[in-house]
Structures are given as C-alpha cells and as structure tokens.
Design a protein around this ligand. Structure first.
Ligand code: PEP
Ligand code: MG
Length: 315
C-alpha cells in the first residue's frame, strides 16, 4: 500500500542481475538537493549552473559561485556530483556571455564555445568549483556542454585539471562528438550524453519549436545509433558514460540506454522511482536485447513498440 511504499527504504539503482546503474538527479539549484535525496537520488548527474544566473546582467563573482556550489556539494557527502560549467546560449542565454543578435543561436556561440570566448569567466567558475570541492566531501566531477570536437574536449579537460579537478569530462550532445567519442574519451575521464540537444541536432529540429516537435524524439534509431557509438567507446576505454537528457526519465527508454552502454542515468528526481522499478525487471543481457530491437526499427514509434515487445517477452 501507499504508506508502506512511502516508508520502504529506497534501494540503489540496479538491474535484475545485480548490475549497479546509479540513478542520479538533474538539478538547477542547490535548494532542490534535499528533495532529490528524499526521492532516491544517489548523487547528481547534471547540475545546470547557468540556471543560477539567468537573470544576471553581470558575471557572478567567485564568492557567489563558491557559496552555491558548496551548498550543493555539502548535500551529497561521499556521493558523485557532476557539475556542468555554464551552458549559455540558445534556449538559455546569459546576458554576460551571449550576443543576443545571432540568427541561429542553437548553432551559435553557445556552451563551451561561449566560455572559451570569455575564458576569464570559465577560469573563475573553475576556481569557485575547486574551492567548494576543497570545503566539502562530495566526489566532484566537472563537465563541459556542447563539445563538438576532440580539440575542445582536450582544451576543457586540460584546463579543468589545471584547477585541480580530478574527474573532468564532456557532454556528448552534438552528433560530431558522438561519432568521435572513441577519440574524445582519450582525453575526457567520462562522457555524459545530453539526449535533448543530441536529438535536436541529429534531427535538425529546434527543440523549442512546436511545429517540429514530432522530430524531437530520442527513440529515433538515428539517435540510438549515436548513443550506441558512445557506449561502445566507453566500454573500449573503460570509462563511464552517463545519460542526462530527458530520455533517461522514460523507464523503457532507460532500459534501452543501459543496453546501449550507459553506466548511469540522471533525471528529474520525480522520475527516479519509476525508472528504478523498471530497471529491476531486466538483466543487462535483456537490456542489450531490448536495445537491439529498438535499433532495428525505422522510426521512433516502431522503435518504442519493438522495445515494448522485447521487454514483455523477457520479463
Ligand atoms: C541535453 O541537451 O540533453 C541536456 C541535458 O542539456 P540541456 O537540456 O540543459 O541543454
Ligand atoms: Mg544540452
């Protein structure tokens, strides 16, 4: 019953065969940390730092940032917390980083490109993160958004390590970096796939535009193939591959993502319980079979149906 379910201890994310799949929270503010823990987050897989500064006209100070990051990290002692450096631009413009006059801001100077063009801001953010890390006991991982080239991955991870970041990675949310994931993971300690942008850029459909919303479907086999590429690169290098886009919150798709090689899943905290329950019903071999069924489809709707059929046959 409901009361019993509410008081049952929350277990860590795992498959039916015991394979651990850490289930992490997407957060945009440290104030959400306690709720995320209560809902079963084993850590944070995506902290969107730009959300803290959407209304600021000026770049935040190191002190301001240190206070926010310290509050976040302090809520997860001993746990993994993946902080993303500012992802400014497109749907999340920051006045102090973006030029408001780009015609195609999703294809413009956003994410790591914008930070690189204002490198002082990136250096200050890394300084604040290093200070917050030193003051707390969480396991801090830091990653860059919108990485499109191997060179950008090397640039960011080298710079982050100069500031004492122990685990430096990149988001894979542009098809070029999915296709080159084997080389990117030669530099980065981990990859985290952002399925929202990866879908937008693979399907060439603005994620905010209702008229093309039917294209914004991470079940599309084209998107799944790119994710498989990253999963295989992670296996080859023995490095973690997380998922932090909305796709991870769809329980059946979460199984597919694990079958494609994802080693952790991060999502809105309210989605954690359903994903945890569904993962527990399938082994890693099942997940791989279900993923194969989805990959073999021609379109997003048939991929979902094929995965559903495969999942019900091996339950
Ligand atoms: C993504 O693109 O999937 C992602 C997690 O980043 P954001 O939604 O913040 O762009
Ligand atoms: Mg993104």
């Amino acid at each position: 019953d409901r009361a019993a379910a509410a008081s049952a201890p929350i277990t860590d994310g795992a498959l039916a065969d015991g394979t651990a799949i850490p289930l992490l929270a997407n957060l945009g503010n440290p104030d959400g940390a306690d709720d995320a823990v209560a809902l079963g987050a084993e850590g944070v897989g995506l902290f969107r730092t730009e959300f803290l500064f959407l209304s600021s006209n000026q770049a935040p100070t190191v002190e301001q940032q240190r206070a926010s990051y310290t509050k976040l990290l302090a809520a997860f002692p001993g746990k993994k917390v993946v902080v993303r450096v500012l992802d400014a631009g497109a749907d999340k413009p920051l006045a102090f980083l973006n030029d408001a006059h780009e015609e195609n801001p999703a294809l413009g100077l956003r994410g790591i490109r914008a930070l690189r063009a204002s490198e002082d801001i990136l250096r200050e953010q890394l300084t604040a993160l290093a200070e917050a890390d030193a003051a707390t006991d969480a396991d801090l991982w830091v990653m860059a958004p919108m990485v499109a080239t191997v060179e950008e991955a090397a640039y960011f991870t080298d710079l982050a390590r100069d500031y004492g970041v122990k685990t430096a990675g990149v988001m894979v949310e542009v098809p070029s970096s999915a296709l080159l994931a084997d080389r990117i993971l030669g530099h980065a300690d981990f990859a985290s796939i952002g399925t929202n942008d990866l879908t937008q850029y693979t399907m060439a459909a603005d994620r905010l535009l209702g008229s093309v919303a039917s294209f914004q479907d991470p079940w599309h086999p084209a998107v799944l193939r790119l994710i498989r590429e990253v999963g295989e690169a992670g296996r080859t290098h023995g490095k973690p591959v997380g998922i932090c886009g909305e796709a991870a919150a769809d329980p059946l798709l979460a199984v597919v993502l694990v079958g494609l090689g994802a080693t952790s899943l991060s999502m809105a905290p309210t989605a954690l319980a359903d994903v945890r329950a569904t993962l527990l019903q399938h082994s890693l071999d099942d997940a791989r079979e279900i993923a194969q069924a989805a990959l073999a489809a021609n379109d997003a709707a048939s991929a979902r149906t094929a995965a559903q059929e495969a999942a019900s046959s091996n339950k």
